[in-house]
Design a protein around this ligand. Structure first.
Ligand SMILES: *Cc1c(COP(=O)(O)O)cnc(C)c1O
Length: 366
């Protein structure tokens, strides 16, 4: 758990390390499928000291108990599975496509009921909570960068006994700590900013509810969506520089969003750090910064694809949160059909901002 006096930059560096004379400074990667009889764990699917170190560190940053999974979707599945059969889940109309399609599958199989709502509309969200078991929030949303009012929405969910989850992948605990707003559980795709180098897949849930933590651990052990040792080790190493990476990527993002908005070829820019974002006031209330994801719209798919083909530094690839800047025209993927065809989702990295802008400017030239 977080020590309120501790800054996140310090926690990111000090958490999850061995202690005591003679111990290594870093937690070793423990590659083993089993353990000699008589210890705490027993078998490799039940636990691993490298996972534990990653969990301790992420738990410190978010302020709860972390449970790591094989991927972000492994974490989403575990959370959905802890609900009673037939539960009503309130979810975003537009949000991460993987979560939306998993929920659609649950509805099609009849295991859960899904109610979709535009969660940037606070009143509509509160209305949608009627009879719900779970509220699934993402903020900022992927890929439209909409913002959900955490204190109002989570406060109402708690007052009505509705369990809640915030997918905190875009903001990371550096910029937003939903447990402080009363959410039941925070979910992460650690594949993104936490790992930070586009070289692994990993997921996690963080909660202050011990019963939920135990349920998630039991689920992971029996269903088997366990993290890999190497992935947990790399993600812990990535976490050491998370605050530093976020700081640089965010300042690059603000500069690029501002320049994009002024460019005649750009139809619209959505970035929570621009003063004309519809939820700019909520951003300052609940986030320590607007993050490093910028979405902008070009006139049509053809123009957008021609732009992408001309980029030299920025990589045309999906996923996000790496040190390198990547760009993705989202509507080309299944599951993001509702997104405008010319919408470009830019994951801003830590390169020099002038080089990034020069690359964008030359590619926008017709
Ligand atoms: C990528 C992503 C996920 C899924 O995580 P994986 O690690 O790819 O399984 C969930 N939510 C958001 C917001 C994401 O960007």
């Amino acid at each position: 758990m977080t020590d309120p006096a501790e800054h996140i930059e310090t926690a990111a560096v000090t958490a999850g390390r061995p202690s005591g004379p003679g111990s290594p400074v870093n937690t070793p990667a423990t590659f083993t499928s089993t353990y000699r009889f008589g210890g705490d764990v027993g078998y490799g699917r039940w636990g691993n000291p490298t996972w534990s170190a990653f969990e301790e560190a992420l738990g410190r940053l978010e302020g709860g108990y972390a449970v790591a999974f094989s991927s972000g979707m492994g974490a989403v599945s575990a959370l959905i599975d802890t609900l009673p059969l037939g539960s009503l889940v309130v979810a975003h109309d537009t949000a991460y496509s993987g979560t939306r399609s998993l929920l659609a599958q649950c509805a099609a199989h009849g295991t859960h009921r899904i109610r979709r709502v535009d969660m940037t509309d606070t009143e509509a969200t509160i209305e949608a909570l009627d009879g719900a078991e779970l509220l699934w929030v993402e903020t900022p949303t992927n890929p439209m960068l909409g913002i959900v009012d955490l204190s109002t929405v989570l406060g109402t969910a708690n007052a009505r006994g509705v369990t809640s989850v915030v997918d905190n992948t875009f903001a990371t605990p550096v910029l937003q700590r939903p447990l402080e707003f009363g959410v039941t559980a925070v979910m992460h795709s650690a594949t993104k900013y936490i790992g930070g180098h586009s070289d692994l897949l990993l997921g996690a849930v963080v909660t202050r509810d011990e019963a939920m933590r135990d349920q998630l651990l039991a689920h992971r052990t029996s269903r088997g969506a366990i993290p890999g040792t190497m992935e947990a080790w790399l993600a812990l190493r990535g976490m050491r520089t998370l605050p530093l990476r976020m700081e640089r990527a965010q300042s690059n993002a603000l500069a690029l969003a501002t320049r994009l908005r002024a460019h005649p070829a750009v139809v619209a820019v959505s970035y929570p750090g621009l003063s004309d974002h519809p939820a700019a006031a909520i951003v300052t209330q609940q986030m320590d910064g607007p993050g490093a994801m910028v979405s902008f719209e070009l006139a049509d798919a053809q123009i957008a694809d021609a732009f992408t083909a001309k980029l030299r530094i920025i990589t045309d690839a999906t996923s996000l949160g790496g040190v390198e800047t990547t760009i993705d025209r989202r509507s080309r993927w299944d599951g993001d059909e509702g997104v405008p065809v010319g919408l470009m989702r830019l994951s801003v990295g830590i390169e020099h901002v002038d080089d990034l802008w020069a690359d964008i400017a030359q590619a926008l030239q017709t």
